[in-house]
Design a binder for this molecule. Structure first.
Ligand SMILES: [Zn+2]
Length: 407
């Protein structure tokens, strides 16, 4: 088994949130053996001036979705599922080269394109991050998970793979969740409220009943997995948390009761704080509708303010960007926003390593450099505990003990 020892000025311990000076990561094959003082081992890959960190994790990506162009769903029916999956190959490469060696992929429009991409990466055919995938979006007819705004005759004949997860009632929810997991998804993504980018839906409006949410959580739980809930509005957030979802995505309108519920239930908050900056800057140039721009303004400030209160209250934070709204590979820009909104630099890095892995239930394999984990790591010049923007672009990336971007 090939042995490699990566030595650097600093190694980040994501379990405790501290930097270890003058340490090295000992790797055999695709696994970490141990982290030791550099003086005690023969270093094979010496990185003076660098900090080594566990490979970053983004728990909210859409690798098999084209970059949102602000034009609603027209583009969606101009491409096949095969085209989306192959675009995913490009976007997976952009993601891992930016330092994200694991993602939780939060849904695809063309059902199961994400499953195909995950399997191709796992088989070694395609360079990309380890993926846990949600399969198709799950939600109500005409809601944030649906393809909306179509003429009635077109609406009636839309292919099933664009609407696989559209459900009404608890029974249909449970049956559909089981089917999505049977077809290869790793977890379930429901849309508990309307969405910013889905025309005609209101981010503040709840879109699933208590019974539907409970049915989703129960069916996922029977299969040994969990539900992630897209939720902007306060009522939808509370329903989803009470039903037992594992994470709230976006969480734009958090009141104190919602925050208290999340603390009590141990629900993770996955806040896409870079998105709104990107849309507000680029939306007009990209041709976003007034509706989308208005909804973005409405949710952006509330989301940042609620994030700060959630941090103060001790809600678990996991790093998720919603890449696909902005180009894949730029999600490192979100680190700065977490720090600006009140998360310490150490906890911000932990949100994309330790806590992200725990949210996924993958802490035994990624998110730290503990013995036995996959040898996934990044290296940046300087100390990100002093300058978090160093993580906006990781110059060196290793996955499974092999450099994807090497020194
Ligand atoms: Zn998303």
């Amino acid at each position: 088994m090939e042995r490699r020892v990566v030595g650097a000025d600093r190694v980040f311990d994501s379990v405790y949130g501290t930097m270890l000076d003058g340490h090295a990561v000992v790797i055999e094959g695709d696994r970490v053996v141990e982290v030791v003082h550099s003086a005690d081992v023969e270093v094979t890959d010496s990185l003076p001036g660098y900090s080594v960190l566990p490979g970053l994790i983004d728990v909210h990506t859409h690798l098999a979705i084209p970059l949102d162009d602000g034009q609603g769903f027209a583009a969606l029916v101009q491409r096949s599922g095969a085209q989306d999956a192959l675009l995913g190959v490009k976007q997976a490469g952009e993601t891992i080269r930016a330092g994200f060696t694991t993602v939780r992929d939060a849904g695809a429009w063309r059902a199961f394109t994400d499953v195909a991409l995950r399997d191709a990466i796992d088989a070694g055919w395609v360079t990309g991050p380890r993926m846990a995938v949600a399969g198709p979006f799950v939600g109500c007819p005409g809601g944030g998970a649906d393809v909306t705004g179509l003429a009635v005759d077109v609406d009636e004949v839309l292919p099933r793979e664009l609407r696989f997860g559209i459900v009404t009632g608890a029974d249909q929810m449970a049956a559909t969740v089981r089917q999505i997991l049977r077809y290869g998804a790793d977890f379930i993504k429901v849309l508990a409220t309307g969405a910013v980018l889905t025309a005609g839906t209101r981010p503040g409006a709840p879109e699933l009943s208590d019974a539907e949410l409970q049915a989703a959580v129960a069916a996922a739980g029977e299969a040994g997995t969990f539900v992630a809930a897209h939720a902007h509005g306060t009522e939808g957030i509370k329903r989803a948390v009470r039903a037992g979802v594992r994470s709230i995505e976006h969480g734009s309108m958090l009141d104190d009761e919602a925050i208290g519920l999340m603390v009590d239930h141990g629900t993770y908050l996955v806040a896409d704080l870079y998105d709104s900056e990107y849309i507000l800057e680029n939306g007009p140039r990209l041709g976003y509708s007034d509706e989308v721009m208005d909804k973005t303004r409405l949710t952006a400030d509330a989301q940042r303010e609620g994030f700060g209160r959630a941090v103060d209250a001790g809600v678990r934070i996991a790093f998720g960007s919603d890449a696909a709204v902005f180009p894949h590979g730029l999600q490192g820009r979100q680190f700065r926003h977490y720090v600006e909104c009140g998360l310490s630099r150490a906890r911000t890095i932990q949100s994309a390593t330790r806590w992200a892995a725990e949210l996924m239930g993958w802490q035994d394999r990624v998110g730290s450099l503990r013995p036995g984990t996959f040898a996934d790591l990044i290296a940046v010049e300087g100390n990100p505990l002093e300058d978090i923007t160093l993580l906006e672009n990781s110059p060196l990336v290793m996955k499974s003990g092999e450099w994807v971007v090497g020194p």
